[in-house]
Design a protein around this ligand. Structure first.
Ligand code: GLP
Length: 246
């Protein structure tokens, strides 16, 4: 695991965009695994600017998103489908048929999960997976649990996650209670992983996830076992990490 310490959110966003840009320059038809939340918004803005300046081309890129709320139609303002279009897809030359998220409106949970796994496999797997970090250590919507979930599944969201995400909704009551998410196994199968972390409110969980024991109680801790993970975290987010120096 490489941990790159940056000054602040703006630098984190630029460095994250640098890694995604490098991936696309080296492999223009990459399969990118994308994330929602406030963390990647700045990096998406950077990518849009690089597209506008002619430095990046998304014409051959395919994307698969980590997760989607269950029961929210795509048109809902808070769906991750809408989020991704507003923050990235509507501003770049990505082909609409190469953009994929779980279908939150599929009531057949087993069928939806199987279809999403099949889709990712049919694309040849994920070249670069971008991740944020939840306050309880979740990645995608893989919440703390007794074991690491392998594949795409439907989760009951934890109170802390509902609380954290209610800022986007009129009230906590409107936050969906369930979501479809790639499993930890799906994420770990990505060839490269980039996790972006920002802010003092992530310091405690960042220290546990990056330096603590690997446990499904802190889902992001499994990343310590991935062969190609780059964490880009700002000073505030790393403020509780005590690194050993020799
Ligand atoms: C959400 C998403 C995650 C995201 C996390 C952190 O619940 N499902 O993919 O990484 O929470 O969000 P933020 O970046 O807003 O802190």
């Amino acid at each position: 695991m490489r941990i790159i310490k940056v000054k602040d959110y703006a630098e984190m966003s630029r460095k994250t965009a640098n890694l995604i840009s490098a991936q696309l320059v080296m492999k223009p038809d990459s399969v990118l695994g994308l994330a929602t939340g406030s963390t990647p918004v700045g990096a998406y803005r950077e990518l849009i600017e690089r597209y506008e300046s002619g430095d990046l081309d998304f014409g051959h890129v395919t994307t698969v998103n980590l997760d989607e709320y269950k029961g929210l139609p795509r048109e809902n303002e808070q769906s991750y489908y809408r989020f991704m279009h507003e923050n990235l897809f509507d501003h770049i030359n990505i082909s609409p048929d190469r953009v994929h998220l779980p279908d939150g409106m599929n009531p057949d949970t087993a069928a939806e999960c199987e279809a999403y796994e099949k889709l990712i496999r049919s694309l040849g797997g994920i070249d670069l997976q971008l991740l944020g970090l939840g306050h309880d250590g979740h990645i995608g919507f893989n919440e703390p649990a007794a074991e690491f979930p392998r594949e795409t599944h439907c989760v009951d969201l934890q109170e802390r996650t509902i609380e954290a995400n209610k800022r986007f909704f009129a009230s906590a009551d409107e936050v969906p209670r369930q979501a479809y998410t790639m499993g930890i196994g799906t994420i770990m199968a990505a060839r490269k992983i980039v996790m972006a972390v920002s802010g003092a409110d992530k310091a405690e969980i960042a220290a546990k996830a990056l330096l603590g024991p690997v446990t499904p109680e802190i889902p992001a801790s499994i990343l310590q076992f991935h062969p190609d993970v780059t964490v880009i975290a700002d000073e505030a987010a790393l403020s509780e990490c005590v690194f050993q120096t020799v």
